[in-house]
Design a protein around this ligand. Structure first.
Ligand code: NAP
Length: 244
C-alpha cells in the first residue's frame, strides 16, 4: 500500500514511516521541510496523489490555547485535500485520555482535531497513544528549578514511540475503524515516580518533590491519562528502555 505521513519527519512521524516501510509498504514523510505545509495547503495535492491512506502526525507550533487555530486550519486543509485526492483512509495520532482533561488548552485542541476527523469527508481511524518514553525528560524539564523538580502524582501509561508507531502502522494498513483505538505501555507510573526513575537512570542528582499543583499534568485527575479496556498494550517496559 502507498502512504503519506504528514509530520513524517517528527519524533513519532519518522517512527511511523519506518514501521510502515518495515511492513513492506511505500511510505513518504511530508512536512514543511519537504515542501508540504498543512496551513497553506502547499504541496498537499502532490503528496496525496495515488495514496491509499494518510497519517496525520503533525504538531502545532505552540501547545497553548492557540493550538486550536493550528489544528482547525491544518486539519481542514488536510481532509479536504485527501477527499479530493480520493484517499480512502485518514488516520490521526492523538493522546490517551485527551477528552478527560478539559482544563488543558492543548488537549482541548486535540479533541477539536479528533472531531474534525470524526465529521470529515474521509473514512477515519483515531489512534490515541500514551505519552512517549522519549517525551519524559521534556516533561521533567518543565518544572525543574535548580536542584529540584516538582511533579504531581498523576498516573501516566507511557509507551515507546517505536511501539506506538507499529500500532499506528497496523491500523493505517487496515480498514478505517470509524472510531478510537488506544495504545499504551505495559506499566502505569505516578509522574513523580517516573521522574525519579528517569533522573536516577541518567545519573542526574536532582531531587523530585511531589507536588500535586506542579506543571500541566496537575490538571489531570489521578487516572484520567491511563488507558482503559481494549487498549493495545505495547511490549516495551520503560525501565528496560531507559537502560537499553
Ligand atoms: N509527545 C507525546 O508523548 C505524544 C503522545 C501521543 C500523541 N502525540 C501526538 O503526536 C503528534 C506529533 O508529535 P511529535 O512529538 O512527534 O511532534 P514533532 O516531533 O514536533 O513533529 C511534528 C511534525 O509536524 C511537522 N509540521 C509542523 N507544522 C507543520 C505544517 N504546518 N505542515 C506540515 N507539517 C508540519 C514537523 O515538520 P516541519 O517543522 O518541517 O513542518 C514535524 O514533522 C502530535 O499531534 C501529538 O499530539 C504526542
Amino acid at each position: 500500500m502507498k502512504f503519506a505521513v504528514i509530520g513524517g519527519t517528527g519524533r513519532i512521524g519518522s517512527e511511523i514511516v519506518a514501521a510502515l516501510t518495515t511492513a513492506g509498504h511505500e511510505a513518504a514523510p511530508h512536512a514543511r521541510s519537504t515542501g508540504v505545509d498543512l496551513l497553506t495547503g502547499e504541496g498537499l495535492a502532490l503528496a496525496l496523489a495515488g495514496v491509499d491512506a494518510v497519517v496525520d502526525a503533525t504538531q502545532s507550533p505552540t501547545t497553548d490555547d492557540a493550538s486550536v487555530d493550528f489544528f482547525r486550519a491544518a486539519t481542514g486543509n488536510l481532509l479536504t485535500a485527501a477527499a479530493e485526492a480520493g484517499v480512502r483512509h485518514a488516520v490521526l495520532l492523538s493522546i490517551v485520555g485527551v477528552d478527560r482533561v478539559p482544563d488543558l488548552g492543548y488537549y482541548r485542541a486535540k479533541v477539536f482535531q479528533e472531531e474534525r476527523f470524526r465529521t470529515g469527508p474521509v473514512p477515519y481511524s483515531i489512534v490515541r497513544a500514551g505519552q512517549f518514553f522519549e517525551y519524559v525528560e521534556e516533561i521533567v524539564s518543565w518544572t525543574a528549578a535548580g536542584d529540584t523538580v516538582r511533579l504531581p502524582t498523576t498516573l501516566l501509561q507511557p509507551v515507546a514511540a517505536a511501539d506506538a508507531a507499529r500500532a499506528v502502522a497496523g491500523i493505517a494498513a487496515g480498514s478505517p475503524v470509524h472510531g478510537i483505538r488506544d495504545v499504551a505501555g505495559p506499566d502505569v507510573f505516578p509522574l513523580d515516580e517516573l521522574g525519579r526513575i528517569t533522573l536516577a537512570a541518567r545519573g542526574d542528582g536532582r531531587t523530585v518533590i511531589t507536588d500535586d499543583t506542579a506543571g500541566p499534568f496537575a490538571a489531570a485527575a489521578e487516572d484520567a491519562l491511563t488507558a482503559g479496556d481494549g487498549t493495545h498494550i505495547a511490549p516495551t517496559h520503560y525501565r528496560d528502555w531507559l537502560t537499553g
